[in-house]
Every structure is written in C-alpha cells, then in structure tokens.
Design a protein around this ligand. Structure first.
Ligand code: NAP
Ligand code: ZN
Ligand code: ZN
Length: 350
C-alpha cells in the first residue's frame, strides 16, 4: 500500500483537516503520481456540504490534479517516470457501455468512478481525491500535460476547462455565434477564454459590473450586470448559446428569453435545489434547455492540446493547503479571481 497525506472532511460541512490514508499498490496498468497542484472546484464545496446527498466521509476532495509521474506499472505504455500529467473528475468507468465505447466515459451507464466521493469499479473501495500528495490511477484515465503549460495554472483545466470546452464545441460555438456565459467564476472564466479562442462573440452575464474589466481582459466582447433589469430588455432574443455556470438558484426562464430562434441554454452549474421552467420560455422560439457534464478522456486531452496551442491557462490564486477552509468561504462569497489552486508541497509544513 502507498501511504498518503492529505486533507479531509470527517463529516458533512466539517472543516477540512490533516488526514493520512492508504492508496492501492500500483497494478500492472497503474501510474503513481506525485501531486503538485490541485484546484478547488465549487463541486468540492457542494460535496463536502453533502448538498447533493450521498456524500461519503472521511472525504478528501479534489479533481483538478496535476503532477509528475513517480512510478509506473510494468504494462503501462503511455507514461514514464518524470512525465507531466493530470487527473480530472473520474479515474475509471465500466469501459463496456455505449458511452464508454464512444469516449464519453462521463456518461457511463455502469457508473463512472469519480476521483473522490465515489467507488472503484468493485463498488466497495471508496476513492479519495487530490488534496493529497499521491494518487494511483489507471493509465487510460490519466491526461498528458503539454510541455508549454505550467502545472499550477493548468490544474483547473482538468475540470473547469473541460466542463466549458465540451458544451462550447458540442453546440458549435465559433465565428458568427453569439455566446453568453452566466457567472464569471472558476468554470465561467475558462468558458470566456475558450469561447473567445474558438472565435465566438462572447458576453458575460455577471451579478454586478465588479468583474467587468477582468472579463474584457479574459476575452469577453460584452459584459452585463444581471442585477440591472434593463439587461434582460436589451438582450432579449440575442444569443445562439448560453452556458449557465451559476452554482445557486436563479430564474432560468428570464435567461431563456435571451435566446434567439433555435437557441440553447446549457446548464453546467448544479445548484442544490430544483429550478422550475415554464413551457412558454421554450415553445416561443423553439428554444432548448440542456445539460452537460465535464468531458471524456479523449476530449479532455483535445482540450489540453487546444489550450496549449492557444496559450490558455486559468487565472489562479495559489494557496497553501492550510488556507483551504478560508478559500471555501471566499468561493461562496464569489470572492475568487478566478480559481484557488492548492500548492501540495505545503502539506509538508506543520
Ligand atoms: P464558482 O467559482 O463559485 O463560480 C460560480 C459563479 O456563479 C460565481 O462566481 C458567480 O459569478 C455566480 N453566482 C454565484 N452565486 C450566484 C447567485 N446567487 N446569483 C447569481 N450568480 C451567482 O463555482 P465553479 O467552480 O465555477 O462552479 C460553478 C457550478 O458548476 C457549481 O455548481 C459546480 O458544482 C458546477 N460544476 C459543474 C460541472 C459539470 O460538469 N456540469 C463541472 C464543474 C463544476 P458572478 O460573480 O459573475 O455573478
Ligand atoms: Zn469540478
Ligand atoms: Zn461505461
């Protein structure tokens, strides 16, 4: 077994604190990764808070992992010691179902193995995430980090980057398309950068105008405050695609009105409570509302290569792990510019 140090929540809503545990001895196809950085996703906060139900404790969160390969099993062919690698939101899947065969493991009907707060494919061994110094992952679920991308600013691409890249590409964001991103947080700011690089016209819809200057620097063409009701008048019927990243309950009907004929609003934010949608918001303008979950391994690698070519990384605030609880509070107050990333070497500090 491999001894690992990390930070865990012992029960729902508990503060995270030092925690040591064991990971499996690497099998033939496993890669052992020396974790260098791990991003803090809002999902970590939802799950530590058991907001979606079914959370398991102790929980070591973290699914925006980058590091260096420490050791590989004898049959590993894709990675070697010293390689720059990443791990995202899942570390295994059934490998047999239709989505798995289509490289869409995130929709595995057998149930993917989430990086933490999940179970291995044996359905009994719990998984633990990247707020820790080592992880053991099958090589098929490991990503290669391109040489020109730094490990700290790239960590958030493993969840935030792919969560926005996948729907932007699937719904055809590109030249001539008007795209809105609701919420300029961790995943939203990656959406602005990626949609801009894909060639779409990008608008940010944020609570207030506080982040306006940043939004423009990130690549937004326009920026509006949703606290101002005239925004909804001005933008009625304007967008082809709206990506909704908001982690809290907002009135989706108001935003659906901003879509033009055949426009789609894709929900990626996952608030705790359900949100009602009226038929009129959809039937008028043949609009659709859809959802999207992260991305498969193949597409995640494609996203990393796209970001490498376009020089895209995340805007981060690097913190020692001892500040994780404070960082959670700041994320909840929308006070993050734009992703907290934990420097894992801080685990060695007492
Ligand atoms: P985040 O950094 O906290 O960003 C969320 C943003 O939403 C905030 O920055 C804020 O943007 C806006 N917001 C927050 N509360 C709001 C409110 N009450 N009213 C209006 N806007 C509000 O979180 P994140 O890490 O980007 O994650 C966002 C959501 O996506 C979470 O629910 C997370 O679980 C989910 N998620 C889903 C997937 C997926 O695969 N579907 C993957 C990753 C994360 P402004 O300040 O600009 O208004
Ligand atoms: Zn995430
Ligand atoms: Zn499957």
């Amino acid at each position: 077994m491999i001894h690992v140090n990390g930070y865990a929540a012992q029960k729902a809503k508990a503060h995270l604190a030092p925690y040591s545990f064991q990971r499996r001895e690497p099998s033939d196809y496993d890669v052992v990764i020396d974790i260098k950085y791990c991003g803090i996703c809002h999902t970590d906060i939802h799950q530590v808070g058991d907001e979606w139900g079914g959370s398991q404790f102790p929980m070591v969160p973290g699914h925006e992992i980058t590091g260096i390969v420490l050791q590989v099993g004898p049959k590993v062919s894709r990675y070697k010691t010293g390689d720059k690698v990443g791990v995202g939101c899942f570390v295994d899947s059934c490998r047999k179902c239709e989505p798995c065969r289509k490289n869409l493991e995130q929709y595995c009907t057998g149930g993917m193995t989430t990086t933490y707060n999940g179970f291995e494919q044996d359905r009994k061994t719990p998984t633990q995430g990247g707020y820790s110094n080592k992880i053991v992952v099958d090589e098929n679920y490991v990503l290669r980090i391109p040489d020109n991308l730094p490990l700290d600013k790239t960590a958030p691409l493993l969840c935030a980057g792919i969560t926005l890249y996948s729907p932007l590409v699937h719904w055809g964001a590109g030249p001539g398309k008007k795209v809105a991103i609701i919420g300029l947080g961790g995943i939203g700011h990656m959406g602005v950068k990626i949609a801009h690089a894909l060639g779409a016209e990008v608008t940010v819809l944020s609570h207030s105008l506080k982040k306006q200057e940043d939004g423009k620097k990130l690549g937004a063409d326009f920026f509006y405050a949703t606290s101002d009701d005239t925004t909804f008048e001005k933008l009625k019927g304007y967008f082809d695609l709206i990506i909704n990243t908001v982690s809290a309950e907002i009135d989706w009907n108001k935003y659906l009105e901003l879509l033009k004929l055949d426009g789609a609003m894709v929900v990626v934010g996952i608030p705790e409570k359900e949100i009602p949608v009226g038929s009129f918001s959809l039937v008028a303008g043949r609009r659709s509302i859809a959802g999207s979950l992260i991305g498969g391994i193949k597409e995640t690698q494609e996203m990393l290569d796209f970001c490498s070519k376009n020089g895209i990384t995340s805007e981060i605030e690097l913190i020692p792990i001892q500040k994780v609880n404070e960082a959670y509070k700041r994320v909840l107050n929308s006070d993050v510019r734009y992703r907290f990333v934990i420097d894992i070497k801080s685990l060695e500090q007492k």
